[in-house]
Unconditional design. Structure first.
Lengths: 363, 141
């Protein structure tokens, strides 16, 4: 594929109809968690999209993030996206090894200086001069600092790169830190999760590919489109919480009835991620659907935040009052609560309708 | 104790309530369409459902008179539900995975309309056939 060819030119060159292209854009809108009405705006933007160079560095990690991405279940869409980026270095996936592999990274960094997208998974150990994780004899710190200089932007994939993750958990023997502790002068997108949802990784790449820039972020650097709401807010068991119906043990009547897992330590109310709607394993389900509470893996310090089975001490304040009232006076208040929620969501949704390319760049 | 001794009961889906929420959403948008002609789309992949609720939504909406199939980078199934103006549009990729699952409120879903770009190409194609009656075009398409 030619470097400067756009996706639309490429598809039309293959005899793909405009209608098929619109279908592709509808799938992209779903993937990027944008409103479905944005498909035509995506089509307009893609007509101008170019192929970016991507360098992926794996540091102190378990390779779970790469496993998540490569085992995602919509290969056609993914392959279209991977056809649209030039993955110039990824030491787990590339065929080259040794000096040839390192040379490929150097070449890409020189050829696309200031333009390439740098993806990082894994934390960076700083203790004892960073000796606890090295590649080709160089410390992770050294390699990150060099690669970050010429990057257009950095995407920290997984909780280790985003927040330090497991290596950073007490007592943190290697002095592990996240990317944001080292790189201060570049835009960093945190795609947290242990591992992150594959569709979220590809969704962010798709956003960059489509609009040439990264999506809007929350205060922890996570894309709002995927981390804007809590697991609890989007959980199909949420109505049971509103009705005050909780499982008290993993084998009681409540657990068998699929009631809320809040009292069994579910971290859904404080965890921002898209698991409840995007789901896992090709949409088969997510942990709560399998009967286990959320462990909060997309939040900072989740490993040091106490037992996975201790209930959160301070639930979402405004909701509790109504939910407790609902438990006392019956279903009426619960219905009122979901009506409030619905009205709020609808308002937010309406505010996002009638989109243009410019609007979407901020999404 | 064997696996059969563990009694598992499917939760009473009526009490969960996600289904009522989405049906209300559809009714509101259909109302807007009737009042002002405003078409809209709902992304079902962005909504919380248990597997049971998703199937119950399909049963509640039922099937109406029109079904269309789009054969393009994988199948797409498009049908009007038993509520006229409410369409269920499911796009699959070539492997058969769902890549977009939408409820569309409109008289005809947008993707069904012929696209001007495709019509131009088709017209040129037709004129080419008329200008070259002996060409082998009928065989190729």
């Amino acid at each position: 594929m030619k470097e400067q060819e756009t996706l639309e030119q490429r598809l039309s060159g293959q005899g793909v109809s405009r209608r098929a292209f619109l279908k592709f854009c509808a799938a992209m809108a779903t993937m990027m968690a944008l409103p479905p009405s944005s498909a035509s705006a995506i089509a307009t933007a893609l007509a101008k999209a170019k192929r970016p160079s991507v360098i992926w560095l794996s540091f102190q990690e378990c390779t779970g993030c790469t496993e998540s991405l490569t085992r995602s279940h919509s290969p056609t869409l993914e392959s279209l996206i991977f056809d649209m980026i030039s993955l110039d270095y990824h030491h787990t996936l590339q065929a080259a090894s040794g000096f040839a592999a390192e040379q490929a990274r150097d070449d890409a960094m020189k050829a696309f200086y200031g333009q390439y997208l740098l993806l990082v998974d894994g934390s960076i150990p700083l203790k004892d001069g960073g000796v606890y994780s090295t590649i080709a004899g160089r410390t992770n710190l050294d390699m990150l600092e060099e690669a970050a200089k010429g990057a257009a932007a950095i995407i920290a994939v997984g909780s280790c790169a985003a927040f330090g993750g497991l290596p950073n958990a007490q007592p943190n023997p290697t002095g592990a830190v996240p990317v944001s502790d080292i790189v201060k002068d570049k835009l960093i997108v945190n795609i947290s999760g242990c591992p992150p949802i594959p569709a979220v990784i590809t969704g962010v790449l798709a956003h960059y590919l489509t609009f040439g820039e990264l999506p809007a972020l929350d205060e922890l650097g996570r894309p709002k489109a995927f981390y804007g709401e809590t697991i609890h807010d989007r959980c199909y068991r949420r109505p049971f919480y509103d009705q005050g119906k909780f499982a008290k043990t993993f084998d009681d009547e409540g657990a068998r009835n699929g009631w809320c897992l809040y009292e069994l330590g579910c971290k859904g109310p404080t965890t921002h991620n898209a698991c409840a709607t995007t789901k896992w394993n090709g949409g088969a389900g997510f942990p709560i659907e399998a009967g286990h509470g959320c462990i909060g893996c997309s939040e900072p310090k989740f490993w040091d935040a106490g037992s996975f089975y201790t209930p959160l001490s301070a639930p979402a304040a405004d909701v509790t009052t109504v939910a407790q009232a609902a438990a006392v006076i019956g279903a009426g208040a619960a219905i009122a609560l979901s009506a409030v929620d619905r009205a709020k969501k609808r308002k937010a949704q309406q505010a996002r309708e009638k989109l243009t390319v410019e609007d979407l760049k901020g999404s | 104790m064997s696996l059969q001794d563990i009694h598992i009961k499917v939760a009473d889906a009526h009490s969960v309530g996600n289904l009522d929420a989405i049906l209300n959403e559809i009714a509101t948008r259909l109302g807007d369409y009737v009042a002002g002609g405003e078409t809209s789309l709902i992304d079902l992949k962005s909504l919380p459902f248990s597997a049971d609720e998703y199937e119950r939504l399909r049963a509640k909406l039922g099937r109406g008179e029109v079904t269309a199939r789009l054969d393009s980078i994988g199948d797409s199934e498009i049908y009007e539900t038993r509520f006229p103006g409410v369409w269920w549009v499911t796009h699959y990729n070539v492997e058969g995975d769902i890549v977009a699952d939408l409820i569309e409120i409109a008289s005809v879903p947008a993707i069904v309309h012929s696209q001007p770009e495709d019509v131009h190409i088709g017209l040129a194609h037709l004129r080419h056939i008329l200008a070259h009656p002996a060409s082998s075009d009928e065989v190729t398409k």
